[in-house]
Design a protein around this ligand. Sequence first.
Ligand SMILES: [Mg+2]
Length: 399
Amino acid sequence: MKITDIRTFLMQAGKPSDRAWASDAKGHQGSRNWLFVKIYTDQGITGVGECSGWPRVIETAVLDLRSVLLGEDPADIERLWQKMLTAQMGHGMTGIVGAGAMTGIDMALWDIKGKALNTPVWNLLGGQVRDRIRIYSHASDAETALDLKRRGFTAVKTGGVANPLQKVEAIREAVGDEMDVMVDLHGPPWMTPKDAIVLGRALEPFHLLFLEDPVAPENIEGLARVQDHVAIPIAAGERSATIWGWRAMIERELVDVIQPDTGRAGGISQMKKLAGMAEAHHIMLAPHSGSLGPVAEFAALHLLAAIPNCLMLERIEDDWPGRYEVISESPKQKDGHLPVPTAPGLGVDIREDVIARHPSTVNVSIAGGGYEPGTEGEHVYVQTRLRRAASFKRSKGKS
Ligand SMILES: [Mg+2]
């Protein structure tokens, strides 16, 4: 079999939330994009993949890598991955763009291999450890968390640095002890390890499943200090890519849960290697969603089905109805789990007509996400300290 063509499908992916990353109060359109990749072969089999991360930029990288892959045998996934990696060496480190491009291509190659051998991708990765994957969704208030619980979810995450204590307090009180609760601090660049430790300790009584990105992910020494001083499992890794991006976190056991994004980690091949590295250190995988689109979610389900150290998968179920329209099949949530696909390959295809109806317009956060220093971000920081102090006083008063 030979690769005859590689095409890209870029789209504006609606409005994931009311945060500035997606849209802002001035009516700017949501900035999330999805980029799908399709690989064509001389035997008529096609493979589909997804590159989330920075899709408008990654599209150019995919098209640049096209010439590296044309005429190659799509079965040689590892050799082609290494060929793509070394093809980019002259551009410096691979980073999220190079890894993002390789992610979609690698995913499509696994899809082709599965279809050619008439078996699901999870079977090629070692077979099933489980036939359904536990998922969690997001809630910023008790009402939303309760609604998720009613719909069968067994875990919920809340986020933000402005008032996480109050949010967790309200959510825990509403959902009780039988639902897992997590907190994402989003690792803003100005979050100091000392602040993260104080906040983490205040969150200890709520028995969180994990505390995510307590400091900026680049702050490895800061992460080490938080890990040493906070008695909550620490999660991180959504912004990294390739096995080298997580090496220090894993080898130094700075995290208890690693959160690669299946749409930008470097592909299913890299995710499988990462899972092995993590397993050796008793670290669980809980892949990130957020910018993640529906094809990469399928890839995550196959991967998580085949590894022992799957904790769960992030899924923002209500982000945008278009999520369920751009693909041929959609896994349905039941009892807080998604079923593992059973069709050959990834078991999903894209709907090109739907994608064409949502042309990409912008792919950056116009309003900066509300974290930028010097403006709103600074206020958030100050409010964090004030609210935290107030909450501390309250909880001390109770006991
Ligand atoms: Mg996060």
